[in-house]
Design a protein around this ligand. Structure first.
Ligand SMILES: *Cc1c(COP(=O)(O)O)cnc(C)c1O
Length: 410
C-alpha cells in the first residue's frame, strides 16, 4: 500500500509510536463504493476505527453509522447524526442501553427476549419503538442451510413470533438486518448472499403485512491483506447489486437498502509506525526490539501466535483478531542498502510480543522507524494499551489538505 514516507518521518520525530490515518485513502475507498453501487446507502461500522476525525470524515460523505454499543450511538448522535442515520445492532443490550438509544437510533433487536424487553420499555415510556430485527438466516455465504449463532434471531423464530409482535402496540418492526460474515474476497459469494437477503426481506414483508423501511445486508466486503489476496471485484459486485436493487425497487418501493462496512473504508488507510529501541544478538540470532508491538497493534503478534499452533499453510481467519498469514507488511524507513535476517519483537516483559520471525529486511539501527501496513481497522481499538504502564501510541489523522489531528479515540 502507499503511504506518505516524508510525513511519517516528520511525525516520528515527535512521537514514539503512532497510528497514521490518511483521509485521502479513506476518501478513495468511499468513492469506489459510491461509484460502483447504485441505490444503496452505506453505513460505517464504527467499531473498526472510532477515531473522532475518522468518524467525522466518513459521516461527511453521507454514510450512516452501524453502532455496536450505546456509546457508539451517543458518539454518532454527538456529531449531529439523526436517528435514521444510526443503526444500533449488538447482542445483549442492557435496559440502560435500550433506554439511551431508542430516541437517538434505530435499535436492532438481537433476540426474542430483547424484542420483548424493548416492547416493555417502550410501553412504560408511552412510545412506539421502531425497531429492526437482526435475523440469523436459514442460509450462509456458502449457500442454503443456516447455522447456530449467538447473533440475531433464527429465521424460523422470527416467523413464529411475527404474528404476535405485529399486534404489539408499543412496537413497529420497520426493518431487518442480516450480517453473517466479514472479510469475504469472492464477489460471487457476496452477490449470492445479497440475493438471498432480498428473498428473505420479501418473506418478512409478507408475514408482517407491512412495508419495510430498510433492509440491512450487513458487511462481507473484504480487503486484501496478504500479497496473494485478490481484491474483491467491486465493479462486478456493484453491478450485480445495482441490478438487484433496480429489480427489487419495484417490489419493495418504500425500502432503503443498506450495506455496512468498517474495514473497507479504513483498513488500508492506516499504518502503524514504531521505532527500533534496541538491537541484540543471542546465540546467532539478531533481534530488533520495537516500541509497543503487542500492546500497540496486537494483530501481528496474534498472527505469530496462531502460526505456533498449526502446521496449516492457511489457518482459517478469526475476525477481527486474525485474518491470515502475511497480513502485514513491515517496512523499515532506512536508506541502508544492506540486508540482514532479523526477528522483530516488542519491548514488553513477555515473550509473546514477536511480530516477525527470521525475516530478511533492510538493516535497521536504533532510532529507525518501522511502518506496519493494514493498520486502519481493528487495530488501535483491539490492542491492550494499558499493559505495563507503557506509553500508548498516539492516533494521528492526516486530513486531505495535510492538516494533522492528534486527538485520539472518542
Ligand atoms: C463488525 C461488523 C461489521 C463490519 O465488518 P467489516 O468486516 O469491518 O466490514 C458489520 N456489521 C456488523 C453487524 C458487525 O458486527
Amino acid at each position: 500500500m502507499s503511504f506518505d514516507r516524508e510525513a511519517i518521518l516528520k511525525l516520528a520525530e515527535k512521537y514514539g509510536s503512532f497510528y497514521l490515518y490518511d483521509e485521502r485513502e479513506i476518501q478513495k475507498s468511499i468513492d469506489a463504493l459510491k461509484k460502483n453501487f447504485g441505490g444503496v446507502r452505506f453505513l460505517y461500522s464504527l467499531k473498526s476505527n472510532p477515531h473522532s476525525a475518522v468518524l467525522k470524515c466518513v459521516a461527511k460523505q453521507g454514510f450512516g453509522i452501524d453502532a455496536a454499543s450505546a456509546g457508539e450511538v451517543c458518539a454518532s448522535a454527538g456529531i449531529g447524526l439523526e436517528k435514521r442515520d444510526i443503526y444500533y445492532s449488538a447482542p445483549a443490550k442492557t435496559e440502560t442501553d435500550i433506554r439511551e438509544s431508542l430516541e437517538k437510533s434505530v435499535v436492532i433487536a438481537d433476540s426474542v427476549s430483547e424484542v420483548e424487553r424493548i416492547a416493555k420499555i417502550a410501553a412504560e415510556s408511552g412510545v412506539t419503538a421502531e425497531i429492526g430485527l437482526r435475523i440469523n438466516p436459514d442460509f450462509t455465504f456458502e449457500g442454503e442451510g443456516g447455522v447456530s449463532a449467538k447473533f440475531g434471531i433464527d429465521e424460523e423464530l422470527v416467523f413464529e413470533n411475527l404474528p404476535k409482535w405485529k399486534c404489539c402496540e408499543s412496537l413497529r418492526i420497520c426493518g431487518i438486518h442480516v450480517h453473517s460474515k466479514s472479510q469475504e474476497l469472492k464477489w460471487e459469494k457476496i452477490a449470492a448472499y445479497y440475493e438471498r437477503v432480498f428473498l428473505l426481506a420479501l418473506r418478512v414483508r409478507d408475514a408482517l403485512g407491512a412495508e419495510l423501511d430498510f433492509v440491512n445486508f450487513g458487511s462481507g466486503i473484504g480487503i486484501p491483506y496478504a500479497p496473494q489476496d485478490e481484491p474483491v471485484c467491486l465493479e462486478k459486485l456493484g453491478k450485480r447489486m445495482t441490478a438487484l436493487v433496480e429489480s427489487y425497487r419495484k417490489i419493495l418501493p418504500e425500502t432503503e437498502f443498506l450495506i455496512e462496512t468498517g474495514r473497507f473504508v479504513c483498513g488500508k488507510a492506516g499504518v502503524y509506525c514504531t521505532k527500533v529501541l534496541d538491537k541484540k544478538t543471542s546465540r546467532g540470532k539478531t533481534y530488533v526490539l520495537l516500541a509497543n508491538t503487542l500492546n500497540g497493534f496486537i494483530r501481528p503478534s496474534v498472527a505469530q501466535m496462531v502460526q505456533c499452533y498449526t502446521d496449516s499453510e492457511n489457518p482459517a481467519g478469526n475476525e477481527p483478531l486474525y485474518t491470515g498469514r502475511n497480513a502485514f507488511e513491515f517496512v523499515p524507513l532506512t536508506d541502508s542498502t544492506e540486508r540482514e535476517t532479523v526477528t522483530l519483537t516488542g519491548n514488553l516483559c513477555t515473550a509473546t510480543d514477536v511480530v516477525l520471525k527470521d525475516a530478511l529486511l533492510p538493516k535497521m539501527e536504533c532510532g529507525d522507524t518501522v511502518v506496519i501496513t493494514n493498520a486502519g481497522a481493528y487495530a488501535a481499538v483491539l490492542s491492550p494499551m494499558k499493559f505495563a504502564f507503557l506509553e500508548p501510541p498516539k492516533e494521528v489523522f492526516m486530513g486531505a489538505d495535510g492538516t494533522i489531528t492528534e486527538k485520539g479515540m472518542m
